[in-house]
Design a protein around this ligand. Sequence first.
Ligand code: GDP
Length: 444
Amino acid sequence: MAFEGLADRLQGTMQKIRGKGKVNEADVKEMMRDVRLALLEADVNFKVVKDFVKRVNERAVGQEVLKSLTPGQQVIKVVKEELTELMGGEQSKIAASSRPPTVIMMVGLQGAGKTTTTGKLANLLRKKYNRKPVLVAADIYRPAAIKQLETLGNQLSMPVFSLGDQVSPVEIARQAIEKAKEEHNDYVLIDTAGRLHVDENLMGELKNIKELTKPDEIFLVVDAMTGQDAVNVAQSFNEQLGLTGVVLTKLDGDTRGGAALSIRAVTDTPIKFVGMGEKLDAIEAFHPERMASRILGMGDVLTLIEKAQANVDEEKAKELEKKMRTATFTFDDFLDQLGQVRNMGPLDDIIKMLPGANKIKGIDNMSIDEKQIGHVEAIIRSMNKHEKENPEIINAGRRKRIAKGSGTSIQEVNRLLKQFDEMKKMMKQVTNMQKGKKKGGMKF
Ligand code: GDP
C-alpha cells in the first residue's frame, strides 16, 4: 500500500501526543521533529516540508490549542488540516464545458500510464457522470500507441477517433472535435504523444494542440513511484503548458507518497485523480481530506460508502432491508451479500479504510482469508432450497452431507449455522426495538 511508511511514522508520533493532558511548546517541537523526518523519508520535497513544519508549529503553539481541554487532539487536528491543505484542500472537480464537447488534453512522459488513464477517465465519465466521451489517438510516434488506444476503446465499447500516423496531431485533434460535435460526444479525450524526457519538440507540438483546441483541461499523467522526478516533470509541463490538473498513477504500488504530498505545493496544480491499479475501473477522484485521514490512520469511511454505493444494487438493498426488518433473511440472501461485498475489491483493502483499522495488530501483514469466505459460500451452495430457507431443519445427518458436499468440515458447517442463527436473532431484536421506539415505548 502507498504511504505505508509515512503513515506508520506519523501515527506513531501522533500516538505519543494524543492522550497528553498537558502539551507544552517543547512537546510540539519534539513532535514536529519526528513529523519532519517522516516527511523527508517519504521523499517529500525539502522546501515543502520546511513550510509545512513552520505552519503547523505556528498554529499548534497558539494559546487556544495548548490551553484547550484536549491539547493532544487539537495538535493532531492541526496536522490533519495542514496535510489536507498541502494536498490542495478542497477536492478539485473535472471541468464541464457549457458549450460541449469538453476537451481534455492528456499529456505525460512515456510509461507514466497516460494511455491507460485516458481509457480509465473515459470509463469513469461514462459510468459516474453519464457522459458520452470519445477517445482521440493523437500519439502518432510510438508505434503501438494508436493500437493500444483502439484496444482500450474496444474493451470499453467506446468510440476511438484515429487518422493513422501520417496526419499531424493538431489536424487529428481538430477533426476529432468536429466529429464529436456531429456525433454528440460531450467529452473529447486527446491522448497526446509521450517522450522519455521533456523535450522541446514535444512541448512545441503540445502547445500547438493547445492553441488550436483551447482545451478545458490539460491533465498531466505522472507515475507516483517516481517521487521527486514526478514533481520535476510536473513543474516543467506546468511552466510550458499551464496544467489544470495532475493524475497520479500507480498509487496502488508501494510509493512513499512524496509526489502526492509535494506536487500541489510546488506546482500549484491540483491532483484531480489517482490511479489505483491496471484495470480500467481503477481510478478515483482525489480527495485531499480523505487522503490525509488515511495517512493519519483515521480511516476513509466516505470512500468506503461510495464503493458500496457503486457496487450494491439499490433494488436488492431495499429488498434486503425489508427482509431484515421482517427477519425473513435466508442463506440465499446471505450469499448474495457476500458476492456484493466481494465486488468492492480485495477485503483487506476495504478493511484498511475503516477508522482505527491500523491499530489492529498485524493488519499490514494480514491478508483476509478469502479462502475462508470461499468455504462459507461452498457450504451455502451445498444446502438445498428448503434448507436455505429453513435452516432449523438442518439436523446432524444433513450437516454431515453439507460438509461433505462443500469439501469442508462439520465444525465449519456448525459454526456458520450458529452465526447465522445469532444474526437472525439480532435482526429480530433490532426490529422489535424499532417497533417499540415508534410507539414511543422505548428510549435509547
Ligand atoms: P503511457 O506510455 O504513459 O501511455 O503508459 P501506459 O498507459 O501504456 O501504461 C504503462 C504501464 O503502466 C502499463 O503496464 C499500465 O498497465 C500501467 N499502469 C497505468 N496506470 C497504472 C496504475 O494506476 N497502477 C498500476 N499498477 N499500473 C498502472
